[in-house]
Design a protein around this ligand. Structure first.
Ligand code: ADP
Length: 721
């Protein structure tokens, strides 16, 4: 019979390599020995390689599925048997013993809320769809919720009958959790965004409301200040007039007291108004060239009566190199200085007060100046100093009660200094005294007259200049500075220049290197002051730049700017004084003003200058008056009932022949820069604040006279008498 065999083995053919073969046949034995073999050998090399390849692929797949945590299932549609591999069981946290091997397992593991997925699978099987892909959550026996993705495929035979399905499951919990977190954060971001938007809108609304409130506050302040200033204007103006009438010795004191009280009330109103304006960001500083020395002297003049009353020495010193003309807001600078000087007098009982001005640095167009006010008063404790510049801060309540004060002065000064691009600070020792410093950086400007180079040379003619510098620099200065007749003498140091000056040598100005070789400008001034000598102006060369043919004109300009202009030939203006300028400057003047007291003040003040004026009480009447006769000047109140000053001016300017004449001077208690601008925009020519001051009114009338005077066709010089 023989023993059948069927084996697959690898042969090594002589041609090399190996080949798989299948041997099928029978082996015949006798006495347990094979005596004959009959069968076939089939070359199965290709098939065997394919099978091995498939096995290897399957192994790799299983490995990949295992490491990726992918479970594989298979469902037999004929028998209803479901097979899960180990990874499937691990995914679902199940033991093989507990696995029911049929479709019902899915309804057991899925969360009830996600059962629709199972329904989908069933439908897919029923419809015989090719593929399905569902997602659901399961609850593991350890009560853990996992997200599962289940992708399946249905396999049919050649006739289209469904044979079985198989598919893969994998855990997508991490992606889903991340996605949900992302959606939630997206949601919370959206919510945050919405609330941010709401906050922005609310803030804008509040800002608008604040702006409105601010506007309302400012205009309220402007109105209140106008309302208070108007009667005060009457009080002060009438007092001045009263003081000019014949009074006995006792009576003379009364108007003086009324005037002082009125003026201090005015200061209080101005301070409060000023502070509110600065706080509301409505202060605009002027940028006008002004004479620094005069500005400082005016501040000192205002304080001098008070220091004299307390027997305090009031001294001041300009460093020799302080430029005379700078650009900025003179009245605001004066305001700061008056406040510091006023405080110094208020808080000092013995000794004196000194105001120094020095240059910290200088360039071609700018200088850094420091003003310092030093007193020998009660001083300020170190722990109080940082709060000094806050509003309404007062160290000594009792002194304030006796000497007055609003606690606003330093707060205003600090803000003004900041508006000037500078700062304010203090050094003080209780019982010894205080020094308040104000540092500002300002452009240096030239008098208009000196923009013309020949005018500079003319002004420098026959002047004496000292050059204090090392020999090389001195030689250069002498070379470039010497227009034909400027007399230049050079010295190597300031000390020898001081000795030269002490010997009575003439000197109009000093030119030095970037600073004097042996002392600074303030020390130099102090040395001369100590010896009772006049302090000549000092020009430092850093304001010129490197000396060359190109910069020489600037050197001349700067030198000329330090030398006072030749005494002017007496003009109408300077000869006039405060009285009766009307004699030399006849002008017909109309005044439009509704307030009786103000009308009277203006009338009497103008009478002192020699003018008789016509008065009307509103804009419409002013237009009427102008139709009856011509006027050279109109003093136009801005706020009037009926037609106000701005409207009246616009109408006057609209008449042919009235485009430039009459000269219209705005008269207003309004203190804002806007008021000025509005007046000029309406066509007015000048602006005067109330209360009316005779010297300002006179200056304004002189400007009117100068402007209205016809320009002569040929220049004429008055013939000498
Ligand atoms: P006030 O109008 O009260 O003087 P300021 O703002 O000018 O307001 O000053 C605030 C406070 O700073 C003063 O009340 C005083 O306590 C203190 N102070 C200012 N200057 C001096 C000074 N030179 N010496 C001592 N204390 C001063």
């Amino acid at each position: 019979m023989g023993v059948p065999y069927d084996i697959e083995l690898q042969l090594r053919p002589r041609t090399g390599g190996t080949r798989w073969v299948r041997c099928i046949g029978r082996a015949y034995t006798r006495d347990h020995r094979v005596v004959r073999v009959a069968g076939t050998i089939q070359d199965i090399d290709d098939r065997k390689h394919s099978e091995l390849e498939v096995a290897r692929l399957a192994e790799r797949m299983t490995l990949a599925a295992k490491f990726a945590g992918i479970g594989i299932w298979e469902y037999n549609h004929d028998t209803g048997e479901l097979i899960w591999d180990d990874a499937m069981l691990a995914l679902h946290g199940l033991h093989r013993d507990a696995f029911p091997c049929d479709f019902s397992i899915w309804s057991l593991v899925m969360l009830p809320a996600d059962r629709a997925a199972e329904e989908n699978m069933r439908l897919a099987f029923a419809d015989g769809r090719a593929d399905f892909d569902v997602e659901y959550r399961i609850l593991t026996p350890s009560d853990e919720i996992r997200y599962i993705r289940n992708c399946g495929r249905i396999v049919r035979d050649a006739s289209g009958r469904i044979l079985r399905s198989y598919g893969v499951n994998y855990d997508i919990t991490r992606e889903r959790v991340n996605m949900i977190a992302l959606l939630e954060s997206d949601e919370s971001l959206r919510a945050a965004n919405a609330s941010l938007q709401a906050t922005i809108e609310e803030t804008q609304r509040l800002a608008r409301a604040a702006e409105d409130a601010n506007q309302a506050k400012s205009s309220f302040l402007a109105t209140i200040s106008h309302e208070i200033r108007t009667p005060l204007n009457g009080v002060i103006g009438m007092t001045n007039i009263l003081a000019d009438t014949p009074l006995n010795a006792e009576q003379r004191d009364y108007p003086q007291t009324i005037k002082l009280s009125g003026e201090s009330l005015l200061t209080l109103i101005n301070d409060t108004l000023d502070y509110s304006k600065i706080e509301a960001g409505r202060v605009e500083l002027e940028r006008q060239p002004f004479d620094l020395v005069s500005c400082v002297r005016e501040a000192l003049d205002l304080i001098e009566p008070h220091s004299r009353q307390k027997n305090l020495a009031l001294t001041h010193l300009f460093a020799a190199d302080v430029p005379r003309t700078i650009e900025g807001d003179a009245s605001r600078l004066r305001q700061i200085l008056v406040n510091l000087l006023g405080n110094a007098v208020k808080f000092t009982d013995r000794g004196g007060i000194r105001l120094d001005v020095r240059v910290d640095s200088a360039s071609a167009d700018e200088v850094s100046l420091t003003f310092s006010v030093t007193d020998t008063g009660i001083g300020i404790a170190a722990d109080k100093q940082p709060r000094l510049f806050e509003h309404f801060f007062q160290v000594y309540a009792s002194i304030t009660r006796t000497h007055g004060g609003t606690g606003l002065g330093l707060a205003i000064s600090r803000r003004l200094a900041a508006l000037m691009g500078g700062s304010i600070w203090v050094e003080s020792e209780p019982g010894v005294g205080s020094t308040f410093f104000v540092g500002i950086r300002v452009p240096v400007v030239m008098e208009d007259a000196l923009c013309h180079h020949p005018a500079c040379l003319q002004r420098l003619a026959r002047r004496h200049a000292l050059v204090v510098a090392p020999p090389e620099t001195a030689r250069q200065v002498v070379h470039y500075a010497q227009p034909p007749s400027l007399v230049v003498t050079a010295f190597p140091d300031a000390e020898s220049a001081v000795n030269h000056l002490a010997a009575g040598a003439p000197c109009d100005l000093i030119v030095s290197d970037n600073q004097l070789p042996d002392m600074d400008g303030l020390a130099f001034a102090r040395r001369l002051q100590a010896r009772g000598l006049r302090i000549p102006p000092l020009l430092t060369l850093n304001r010129v730049g490197t000396l060359s043919d190109t910069t020489a004109p600037r050197l001349h300009q700067l030198m000329a700017s330090l030398v006072p202009p030749p005494a002017p030939t007496p003009s109408v203006a300077s000869a006039a004084g405060f009285v009766r300028i009307a004699a030399t400057m006849p002008l017909s003047v109309l005044m439009a003003e509704d307030n009786n007291v103000n009308q009277r003040v203006a009338q009497l003040t103008l009478r002192r200058l020699g003018y008789e004026i016509e008065i009307v009480s509103d804009g419409a009447e002013a237009l009427g008056a102008l139709q009856r006769r011509n006027f050279d000047v109109i003093l136009m109140d801005v706020q009037m009932p009926g037609m106000d000053g701005l409207e009246a001016t616009r109408r006057i300017r609209a008449f042919t022949g009235h485009e430039t004449r009459p000269w219209i001077i705005a008269l207003t208690a309004g203190a804002f820069e806007e008021d000025r601008l509005n007046a000029f925009r309406a066509g007015m020519n000048d602006f005067l604040g109330k209360p009316l001051r005779i010297e300002l009114l006179q200056a304004a009338l002189i400007r009117a006279w100068e402007s209205l005077r016809p320009v002569p066709l040929t220049a004429t010089t008055p013939a000498p008498p």
